[in-house]
Design a protein around this ligand. Structure first.
Ligand SMILES: [Zn+2]
Length: 337
């Protein structure tokens, strides 16, 4: 995928779609009945932007849910807050003509959350954004109202309405990527809580003696089971850095260090998710982020959950996402105002 692209092919991976092929020229429409059936009717185009640490992706959906255009630019977060605002404005303005002058909604998904008390962004791992009035600044810059929602909440909403959580009442969406996020969707709506932190399971401490987390605590779930956490654990234990994909390959090849690390990982994954299931008892847990591609998560990882969960038989389905990398940007389009 290049810097700018239009895509529709991911839809063909959805279950129930008998079509093959893909690409921007031949759009499969199997996503759209789900979209229109699951949303309140809005006679508007929907613009969604997923603000990530390395890339910013935007999409426009037409009033029936068809994807009109998708674009991606680099975040360049090292250039600071004002630069990121400019990038968001330029992407928004570049997407807007796809709505052909019709009314639009606009939503942004980002790590962290807007504090209801101060209106400032908090908890973002793009730390130059923290403490900034992102929503107010962007509304001023663009001259329109916008909704800003946590990226894991956007992921959970998209999967709940369009992906692996369809038809379920209570969906917990988990992202295990660079960090570790989570989102709660109940009956098709994101549940955020009064402090906008609902679902932030990545910062539950499961070991007070554990590694220091950027949030200031020790032994957060994120420091053990995110992609970044796993790579750090490998480096701390064995004195060398290995990318996640290599650790996975070495695990399947039976390499003793990778096996030792992954045993620890499955135990931490099991403990973390069991704690969460004990509190929430969701109808389904949908996993996303780079670590969710790790096949053993659905066997050895789930066995770890069974070990710690407070029930005789674990009935909670723990499944892989269906929308892939598209969930975040689709969720952002779905939460727009
Ligand atoms: Zn933390």
């Amino acid at each position: 995928m290049g810097e700018n692209f239009t895509s529709g092919g991911f839809r063909h991976r959805l279950p129930g779609c008998g079509r093959s092929g893909g690409g921007s020229a031949v759009l499969c429409d199997c996503l759209f009945p789900r979209l229109t059936a699951s949303l309140r009717p809005v006679n508007k185009y929907r613009i969604g932007i997923d603000l990530g640490g390395t890339k910013i992706e935007g999409v426009v959906l037409d009033p029936t849910g068809h994807e009109v255009i998708r674009r991606r630019i680099a975040t360049e977060r090292e250039r600071g807050y004002q630069h990121i605002l400019k990038c968001l404005k330029s992407l928004h303005d570049g997407l807007l003509p796809a709505a052909k002058g019709a009314p639009t909604t606009f939503g942004i998904g980002t790590p962290g959350a807007i504090s209801r008390r101060t209106g400032l962004l908090k908890n973002s791992n793009t730390v130059c954004m923290n403490g900034q009035p992102v929503k107010a600044d962007l509304e001023k810059l663009l001259g329109r109202p916008i909704e800003i929602q946590n990226d894991a909440n956007c992921f959970a909403l998209a999967e709940a309405l369009l992906g692996a959580g369809r038809g379920k009442n209570l969906v917990f969406g988990v992202i295990m990527g660079t960090g570790c996020g989570g989102g709660v969707v109940y009956k098709g709506e994101v549940f955020t809580g009064p402090q906008a932190i609902a679902g932030e399971w990545g910062h539950m401490s499961i070991d007070p003696q554990g590694p220091v987390c950027y949030c200031g605590q020790k032994g957060c779930v994120e420091t053990f089971i995110s992609g970044g956490g796993l790579e750090n654990r490998y480096a701390a234990k064995f004195g060398a850095r290995r990318p996640l994909k290599e650790i996975e390959a070495e695990y399947f090849a039976g390499e003793p260090r990778a096996v030792e690390l992954m045993r620890e990982f499955f135990d931490h994954f099991g403990r973390s998710l069991a704690n969460l299931i004990d509190v929430l008892d969701p109808d389904v847990v949908v996993l996303g982020g780079g670590v969710s591609n790790f096949r053993a998560l659905y066997t050895e990882g789930v066995a770890g959950v069974k070990k710690y969960v407070f029930t005789d038989v674990l009935e909670t389905p723990i499944v892989k996402n269906q929308l892939g990398d598209s969930a975040g940007v689709l969720g952002a389009a779905l939460v727009g105002i």
